[in-house]
Design a protein around this ligand. Structure first.
Ligand SMILES: [Mg+2]
Length: 312
């Protein structure tokens, strides 16, 4: 049996980010404070077990020693309608680096142009989630580089295939960040990623927590961007602890994502202020407002018990 009392909440998501309307999140309090277990509903036990490992570590072990008190953050835009951009951007106070989920150049160039109307000097991170083959990546990125010269910070996971990333890197002069290449292949030889990438995207829960993240970072030997997975402020607080403790950060981190939620579990959410978020722990004082119905609570209770039995 899972040893902590689960409090499951459902938080509405703006703009159906990741095609979901509500984010279900299980929270619990351990001796070291509040923690979050929120693998997406469709994740299997094996993948979710990694998230549970992270959640348990944060609830029961002290956070890593910080080397900074606040973390610079980027804005994160889903693949949204152009006329929604300015409203969402306003919830990322002071952020000048903007990560945009893109499918192509033809349609999505207008998202970047709209951002530039609001933030003239913006730097972009294009997140493709591995959606392009090599030819598509070359064509799209050449267009982006031509249309937005000097403004593309990097492209995140343009292709899934490692060989494609390598060819792309030899063909188009653009820094490449790897995300899916890391978290879907945690058991494989990560030391080779520095041959195909310039930046490593690391996430607290999908990595399995602080210690596992440090191990991965040590193996990869690339500058790091800590990112999140549509967490509540509780999960974000652990991402912040991680980012605050890492010496070789590449730049702003993807930790301002509570702006993509309609609400949060705390009255003091972790949101960007002047482009930074302070590293602090969160006590979720709004759990009652977003509590799920009993059927969902027991679904999560069963899920966590089952996974806990497998990992312990
Ligand atoms: Mg990504």
């Amino acid at each position: 049996m899972f040893p902590f009392q689960l409090k499951v909440v459902s938080i509405p998501v703006k703009y159906n980010f990741r095609q979901i309307k509500n984010r279900e999140i299980a929270l619990f309090e351990g001796p070291e404070g509040w923690s979050e277990f929120s693998p997406f509903i469709e994740y299997n036990n094996k993948e979710s077990a990694t998230w549970l490992k992270a959640a348990l570590e944060s609830a029961t072990k002290p956070a890593p020693k910080p080397v900074r008190n606040e973390v610079e953050v980027n804005a994160t835009l889903p693949n949204m309608k152009v006329d929604q951009v300015s409203t969402l951007l306003a919830s990322f106070n002071g952020c000048t680096t903007v990560k945009v989920k893109v499918n192509d150049f033809i349609n999505d160039q207008f998202l970047l142009q709209e951002v530039l109307r609001k933030i003239p000097g913006a730097k972009f991170r294009l997140d493709v989630n591995g959606g392009w083959n090599l030819e598509e990546a070359i064509a799209n990125l050449r267009n982006y580089l031509q249309e937005f010269p000097g403004q593309i910070d990097y492209v995140e996971q343009p292709c899934l295939d490692i060989a494609d990333l390598k060819s792309l890197r030899q063909t188009v002069k653009i820094p490449i960040a790897v995300d899916e290449s890391i978290r879907k292949y945690l058991g494989s030889d990560l030391t080779r990623l520095k041959e195909v990438a310039d930046v490593a995207i690391i996430k607290w829960a999908p990595s399995g927590g602080f210690l596992s993240a440090f191990e991965v970072i040590e193996k990869i030997q690339l500058p790091v961007v800590i990112s999140s997975a549509l967490d509540s402020s509780v999960g974000i607080s652990h991402g912040l602890s991680l980012a605050a403790s890492i010496p070789n950060l590449y730049g702003p981190c993807g930790l301002a994502t509570t702006a993509l939620l309609e609400a949060d579990v705390t009255s003091k959410p972790l949101i960007a202020e002047n482009g930074y978020i302070k590293n602090r722990r969160i006590v979720p004082d709004l759990i009652e407002e977003f509590k799920v119905l009993p059927a969902r609570q027991s679904w999560w209770q069963d899920r966590v018990n089952e996974i806990y039995a497998e990992v312990s």
